[in-house]
Design a protein around this ligand. Structure first.
Ligand code: NAD
Length: 589
């Protein structure tokens, strides 16, 4: 039999165990730590074809077709042949064959992860597993306890979580019906599946899935039938992990709720959490990210530092490894935001028209936790420069996971003092800069089809009129409305949009803001006075950065930051007349 082109260069062997023969493939140097990749349902080991060769540069990589899948033989009879106990026998047989003297690092996706949870929590595998990376497949025991807790002690939140996961599990009920799933997979569903994966999961076409799919899927239905009901009814009470676990959760998973893992720390003493904006089939859609995380985790466990892999920030599990682009990152709110993401272990692209300032932000980001950080010098109002930037970022760093359109300039002065040039400048940067960012990076996010988030820095001035800031406020009101419209448009694609509306924040903006209708000397005086007032108010940009990260995690739409911004927001909704009266007051300059 020929080796499928998708796993070219792999060495193959057959491992006999419990009446079946498993097809095992190996890549890389057997002297290196062994990483065993376990595929899910309906899949074969080729689901790892983008991940395995990349890992093989550093590790001894082993993949096998689960019994009844790919080129492994199926148990006879099928019923009762797929229990977690038998799957554990298979795993141990493979591990003994490929790495008899050293424990192996297990990586499981979907059902590969479900069964690997069994491997990582039963007594007889103790000492054979060095670490476990789990993606999109919970332990059935943990799931059983999760459900029981919600049934026994229901609160509105818990009932909501239960119903939410229940709705996502429709296919599990379907797979428990006799014969029909087999007929569907061997018939129309099997034929359409590759196209469905492309359409709903944005899985790139090509050599995956392999031609064994209909048989894999028909046999694999027994994974569910042999285990799910039995385990959920009687979950093991001792299902504690005996190896460090890395949990990778794609936030846009159509089959599994993120909430399933809320109580995981009580089962796993050494847990590293990672999330990424992605759908279910991450071995196909995000192989580079997975390779980075598996490499980092395995290397740190081998080095005796199972907990030393994540960044320290409070959002480390949320943004670690993600690609974040911040404009206006050379100062104030933008810089603080870049640092907050860096602290959370994100990869940061710091964009500013001030090259030196952007470079400093990138350098500092690396020092405080960003695994990679780059500086890009671009004027956000320059359409062509932004197009070039978007192209460069996509080819060199990847598709941005979180975009923060933050660059902005201040302009004060009455409407009649504000010249058309003044208007143009402020709209070009504050509005067009945001439009370019959303258009170019937002499109890349949408085309990738795995979700993401856009944050636009508006201002409390977006909803708080003032006779002193007509142009600035107009630009920010436009940013707020643009964010709301875009949020509606991108909601179905899993891309969140947030408008951040700070009040007075102590940054450099006060010394660079222009004052229309006054001479240079008067402008300097006013800049100094504003800087003094903002200094007295002394609201730090770091707090705005924190609000930005929190808003991304929660998917908030409009976020007023600072008490005065929150107050004005409430007034704009409930007592707009009072706000209009305040708008007529002379600014304190
Ligand atoms: P800041 O002046 O400290 O930082 C702004 C950064 O943006 C600077 O590094 C600057 O070089 C860069 N920048 C300006 N124009 C640019 C352009 N055309 N292209 C690329 N980079 C450019 O100001 P900040 O207070 O941190 O402001 C950040 C954002 O927050 C702005 O959009 C501002 O309007 C908004 N905002 C600030 C306050 C506040 O009180 N500071 C309040 C509400 C909203």
């Amino acid at each position: 039999m020929t080796v499928p082109v998708t796993l070219q260069g792999a060495r193959e062997r057959r491992v006999r165990t419990g009446g079946v023969e498993l097809c095992v493939a190996e890549l890389g140097d057997p002297g290196q730590p062994t990483v065993v990749l376990v595929h899910g349902y309906p899949d074969s080991k080729e689901v790892w074809s983008e991940v395995a060769p990349r890992l093989a540069d550093r590790f001894h990589v082993v993949l096998y077709d689960v019994r009844g899948h790919g080129r492994s033989t199926a148990p006879k009879p099928l019923r009762g042949g797929f229990t977690l106990e038998k799957l554990t026998d298979d795993f141990l047989a493979v591990a003994d064959a490929v790495s008899p003297d050293r424990p192996v690092h297990v990586v499981g996706h979907d059902w590969g992860s479900v069964q690997s949870w069994e491997f990582a929590t039963v007594k007889r595998t103790e000492g054979r597993i060095a670490s476990f990376t789990s993606m999109s497949g919970p332990s059935l025991d943990h799931l059983g306890h999760w459900i029981n807790k919600r049934l026994k002690r229901p609160t509105p939140r818990r009932v909501g979580q239960l119903l939410g996961q229940g709705a996502k599990s429709w296919y599990v009920y379907a797979l428990h019906t006799p014969v029909l799933p087999e007929l569907a997979w061997r018939g129309p569903l099997g034929k359409r599946w590759p196209r469905m994966l492309e359409r709903f999961e944005q899985v790139p076409g090509g050599t995956y899935p392999t031609s064994s799919l209909p048989t894999d899927a028909a046999h694999g239905a027994w994974l569910y039938r042999d285990n799910v009901r039995a385990r959920l009814r009687h979950p093991r009470t001792d299902a504690y992990a005996h190896a460090p676990v890395q949990l990778i959760t794609p936030l846009g998973d159509a089959f599994l709720s993120e909430r399933l893992y809320d109580e995981l720390e009580s089962w796993v003493p050494q847990l590293t959490r990672r999330t990424l904006p992605a759908k279910h089939w991450i071995p196909r859609t995000r192989p580079d990210q997975l390779v980075d995380w598996i490499t980092e985790f395995v290397t740190s466990v081998e080095g005796g530092r199972p907990d030393g892999v994540t960044a320290s920030g409070k959002y480390a599990d949320r943004f670690g490894g993600q690609l974040i682009l911040v404009t206006g990152a050379g100062s104030g709110i933008g810089r603080a935001t870049a640092y907050a993401f860096a602290e959370a272990g994100a990869r940061v692209v710091a964009v500013d028209r001030d090259a030196e300032a952007a470079a400093r932000t990138a350098q500092m980001s690396r020092l405080i936790g960003a695994p990679e950080a780059w500086a890009e010098t671009v004027d956000v109002s320059d359409e062509q420069a932004m197009e070039k930037l978007a192209e460069k970022v996509a080819t060199e760093y990847g598709v941005v996971d979180v975009l923060v359109n933050n660059a902005g300039i201040g302009l004060s002065g009455s409407f009649f003092d504000t010249t058309p040039e003044d208007w143009k400048k402020v709209l070009d940067v504050n509005l067009w800069g945001v439009i370019h960012g959303c258009r170019l990076f937002g499109r890349q996010m949408a085309e990738r089809g795995q979700g993401g988030h856009i944050v636009n820095t508006a201002s409390a001035a977006a909803y708080q009129p003032s006779k002193a800031l007509p142009a600035y406020s107009t630009s920010k009101a436009a940013v707020l409305m643009l964010s709301e419209c875009l949020r509606a448009e991108l909601a179905d694609q899993g891309i969140g949009v947030t408008a951040i509306c700070p009040g007075f924040v102590n940054t450099n903006i006060t010394s660079t803001a222009r004052f229309a209708g006054v001479d240079a000397e008067e402008e300097k005086r006013r800049q100094k006075k504003t800087a003094r007032l903002y200094g007295l108010r002394n609201y730090p940009p770091e707090k705005v950065a924190d609000a930005i990260l929190r808003a991304v995690v929660r998917g908030d739409a409009v976020v007023p930051v600072t008490p005065e911004a929150r107050g004005a927001y409430l007034m704009s909704r409930f007592t707009p007349k009072a706000l209009r009266r305040i708008a007529r007051l002379e600014p304190p300059l």
